[in-house]
Design a binder for this molecule. Structure first.
Ligand SMILES: *Cc1c(COP(=O)(O)O)cnc(C)c1O
Length: 392
């Protein structure tokens, strides 16, 4: 084998896996055999799932399925090459225009995944001699993007605007880039985007927000967290993923036309990756219209959110203060959270146990995701089960 594996003996893998088992951090996958709204069949048993980021219940929307089928008939199932060779179809071109219009920014660029977007965009914006300022709870792909950029990395404590102000003020870097999740993926809280943008204006920095969990959910017609706050600025680079509320796959980055053109020229994960199949893109165009027109999905989600929070008010575990579809309950230890998840599963409920390194040690949690695909009866079932498990 070639390095780095040449330095790892076969026994090391076994020892490494045993260490994961011992720490309660080994991950495993469950095989999903069928999906029906918020219900998933696993090992022949239907489970009511609170684990999906399909917040609006659009992953099976008939309009999207039909659009994908039509596009497959027209374009085939593969794009054939990178967008800069021949992978950029009329479907891609139209989606980028529609996404830019939807979020109210001049231009948008579609990426195959959110992970690819951030890992490509950050190194295209900053490099050696520059500085990145990153919230301590940012998603892994923002962190990896910053590392790949080879810029100096300053991590500020979660949402600490005063500390960020001092760090930006003290920096002599040529270019400065602030990175933040717009809605934090494991906590569900919303970043103070107006204050962050204000700091960027005062300190001559750019702000990249990752709206993976706000796009489709927050703001008028689901236009996202920037629209939720009503902010706009030439310093804002907006990124959102399309595999969550949009129910399909991929991501996009939007901002000033010249900035987006620069990203097209310089993001290696855009340039050197095969374009997404047109059927994915047409499914997204169909769901984008649903997001824009069906406000009832967001309203229903808001009601479920209130129902859940009211129902869990007396729980011995801490429910984090979140107004989004992500509702985490801090259980603490890894084994304790695994046991809680197993007890819920025994009652036919799938709630993921999130452990380190995804969250800090000692803050393992049940991460409940609500979806417009849930009914009030579904949420009532979850509340009853959680109360029983917490009391056990
Ligand atoms: C899910 C997620 C991503 C990754 O997006 P994918 O399209 O799944 O690769 C990026 N950032 C945040 C905050 C996320 O939650």
């Amino acid at each position: 084998m070639t390095p780095p594996f040449a330095t790892m003996a076969p026994d090391d893998f076994e020892a490494g896996l045993a260490a994961l088992d011992h720490a309660g951090t080994r991950r495993s996958r469950r095989v999903v055999q069928a999906i029906d709204g918020a219900r998933l069949r696993v090992d022949g048993q239907w489970l009511l799932s609170f684990s999906s980021n399909d917040y609006l219940g659009l992953s099976q929307h008939p309009a999207a399925v039909e659009a994908a089928q039509r596009a497959a008939a027209q374009y085939g199932v593969g794009a054939g090459a990178s967008p800069l060779v021949n992978g950029h179809s009329a479907a891609h071109e139209a989606l980028e225009r529609e996404l830019a219009d939807f979020v109210g920014l001049p231009r948008a660029l579609y990426f195959g995944a959110g992970y690819l977007a951030n890992v490509g965009v950050v190194p295209a914006l900053v490099g050696r001699g520059d500085a990145v300022f990153s919230d301590a709870l940012n998603h892994a792909c923002l962190i990896d993007g910053a590392r790949l950029a080879r810029a100096a990395i300053h991590v500020y404590s979660h949402n600490d605007v005063a500390l960020l102000d001092r760090l930006l003020g003290a920096s002599t870097a040529r270019r400065k880039l602030v990175l933040t999740d717009a809605v934090f993926s494991m906590d569900g809280d919303i970043a103070p985007v107006p204050q962050l943008l204000d700091l960027c204006e005062r300190h001559d920095a750019l702000l990249l927000i990752d709206d993976a969990h706000g796009f489709g959910v927050l703001g008028p017609q689901g236009r996202g967290t920037a629209a939720h706050f009503g902010v706009r600025s030439p310093r804002l680079i907006y990124m959102a993923t399309l595999g969550k509320a949009a129910g399909v796959a991929g991501a996009f980055v939007a901002g000033p036309a010249a900035a987006v053109e620069w990203l097209l020229q310089r993001s290696r994960t855009y340039i050197f990756a095969t374009a997404a199949p047109a059927m994915i893109i047409e499914a997204l165009r169909a769901n984008l219209r649903v997001i824009e027109t069906q406000s009832w999905r967001r309203e229903h989600l808001g009601l479920l959110n209130e129902q859940l929070r009211d129902g869990l008010a007396g729980l011995p575990w801490q429910l984090l203060p979140s107004s989004t579809a992500i509702q985490p309950i801090i259980v603490g230890g890894n084994q304790a959270v695994l046991e809680a998840a197993a007890a819920l599963r025994a009652q036919g409920l799938w709630v993921p146990a999130i452990r380190p390194p995804t969250v800090p040690p000692g803050l393992a949690r049940l991460r409940i995701s609500l979806s417009a695909a849930h009914s009030q009866a579904d949420v009532a079932q979850l509340v009853t089960a959680l109360q029983a498990v917490a009391a056990a």
